[in-house]
Write a protein that binds this ligand. Structure first.
Ligand code: TYD
Ligand code: MG
Length: 458
């Protein structure tokens, strides 16, 4: 008798089902959209996680004020920067996805975090699909993460992982990496979308039902998305990216999504021989190599989540040989730079139409908030006019199309950080200055238009 198949292929674009894989969906004619999925049989738990349903206890509706919370819902990893990115520690039973380029330090970070968590009444389990237990131990020796409560296993089979996890009952589980895990229920190869999705879904189910916090490590594709793309992001509670330049020792852990905290938080680390160490004052780090009294360099206090970080914006404006001048930027949105360059040209009569603009945020950080606009304008103007800006001044403000400087949020804590690092003057939006109560230790200058900035630059 022919064996009955439990899987089929489903087009991710239109939902068409087929019993065999095809390169092109016959219904919607899109390419490469068929993904292997388990067939859902009536009367059976969809995910078939050893027969248990979601949740276990507390399945019937209950009044919200009577929902029981455990004493310490968050557990600290002992790594402050990591805890901050998670919103103050790991939430029990949460699922975290951490992505990053190969070799950036994901395994190192998680091994260190697990070691910090491990204790008498907190067993933790690290599962590697890439390295043998001996290799893990070698790394652990180097990192001095040899807690007797840290368990390790080299395994690729999802079923074995689920079984062992349920036996060991760890508080935290790390899967390194999801692309190497496979379930025998699907025929496709490990790393394929079908496998990645099915494995993650079942790990997430286990995590929720047994209150085991799970961290899934995912490799990033060339396009920069975690492989098995968006499908994983909505399955998990928190998505973190570990980024950095392998040529630099600095690494940034960034929250992309967080159900239990702010989603813009960053943690800064430094990679050295003993693994990753926290960088307690990132502002100092990002400004450490700043050259003084040169044109085109401006410091802005940017909010990264709940924390202000001072970054240096560098601009270089030079004569172009091209018909359409270049607007190149690293660390800030280049559309924003083009827009601000146009405003600058129009409002301040600084000719830029025949000049290339290169913009860089020093130290490899990315800044996204509009409050850095004024800093960009000042940096570009400074380089275009070849006039240096006072090195003890910071710029804060959003710039509109008519050259007006708009209000920003959280001025006080930005000023506090700037003052802490020895800055003396701050250019801030006029509206923010009016609303300020209490004196600042800095000289605060309110500006309502970028015209006011030119008087400072020149
Ligand atoms: P790893 O954690 O294996 O990266 P990933 O899991 O993201 O692929 O980190 C590997 C890199 O980190 C490797 O290039 C060597 C470097 N490294 C150190 O510099 N110091 C250390 O103590 C360790 C363990 C790694
Ligand atoms: Mg690794």
């Amino acid at each position: 008798m022919k064996e009955k198949r439990h899987t089929h292929f489903v087009c991710q674009a239109c939902g068409h089902q087929s019993s065999k894989w095809m390169g092109r969906c016959p219904q919607c004619t899109q390419w490469n959209t068929l993904v292997e999925e388990k067939k859902v049989e009536a009367g059976r738990d969809k995910n078939g996680l050893l027969g248990s349903g979601i949740g276990g206890e507390g399945e019937s509706p209950q009044p919200i004020d009577q929902v029981k919370m455990s004493e310490n819902d968050r557990i600290s990893t002992g790594i402050g920067e990591f805890d901050r990115v998670l919103g103050g520690g790991i939430v029990a039973g949460s699922v975290i996805l951490i992505g990053g380029d190969p070799g950036i330090g994901k395994s190192t970070l998680l091994l260190q975090a697990l070691n910090g968590l491990a204790s008498e009444d907190c067993r933790v389990l690290y599962i590697s699909g890439e390295e043998s237990v001996r290799q893990i131990k070698m790394r652990a020796q180097r990192l001095s993460t040899l807690s007797p409560h840290l368990f390790v296993m080299a395994e690729n089979s999802l079923e074995k992982i689920l079984r062992e996890t349920m036996t060991l009952k760890p508080k935290m589980l790390v899967i390194d990496s999801i692309q190497t895990i496979y379930t025998s229920e699907l025929q496709s190869a490990p790393g394929s979308i079908g496998q990645v999705r099915e494995s993650s879904a079942r790990l997430a189910m286990l995590s929720k039902s047994k209150e085991i916090s799970t961290c899934i490590i995912g490799h990033v594709t060339k396009e920069g998305a975690i492989a098995g793309p968006r499908v994983l992001e909505h399955m998990v509670d928190t998505v973190l990216y570990f980024e950095g330049d392998r040529g630099h020792p600095y690494r940034i852990l960034r929250t992309v999504k967080n159900r239990f905290g702010s989603a813009n938080e960053i943690g800064v680390f430094e990679m050295n021989e003993e693994g990753l160490s926290e960088v307690f004052n990132p502002s100092e780090l990002f400004l450490s190599q700043r050259s003084m009294n040169v044109s085109g360099s401006v410091v802005v206090p940017s909010m990264e989540g709940s924390r202000p970080i001072l970054v240096e914006i560098q601009a270089l404006v030079s004569h172009t040989n091209l018909a359409v001048p270049r607007r190149t930027s690293i660390g800030v949105d280049h559309q924003r730079v083009s827009l601000l360059a146009a405003v600058l040209e129009r409002q301040l009569n600084v000719p830029l139409y025949n000049r290339d603009i290169f913009l860089n945020v020093a130290g490899g950080v990315k800044v996204e908030e509009p409050a850095i606009d004024l800093g960009i304008v000042a940096a570009v103007a400074s380089s275009a006019l070849n006039k240096s800006i006072d090195t003890k001044t910071v710029f804060i403000g959003e710039v509109g199309l008519t050259g007006e400087v708009r209000g920003i949020s959280q001025l006080e804590i930005r000023l506090k950080e700037a003052s802490k690092l020895g800055f003396k003057t701050a250019l801030v939006p006029e509206v923010n200055k009016e609303r300020m109560h209490g004196a600042s230790s800095m000289k605060v200058v309110g500006v309502s238009s970028i015209k006011d900035v030119l008087t400072i630059v020149s």
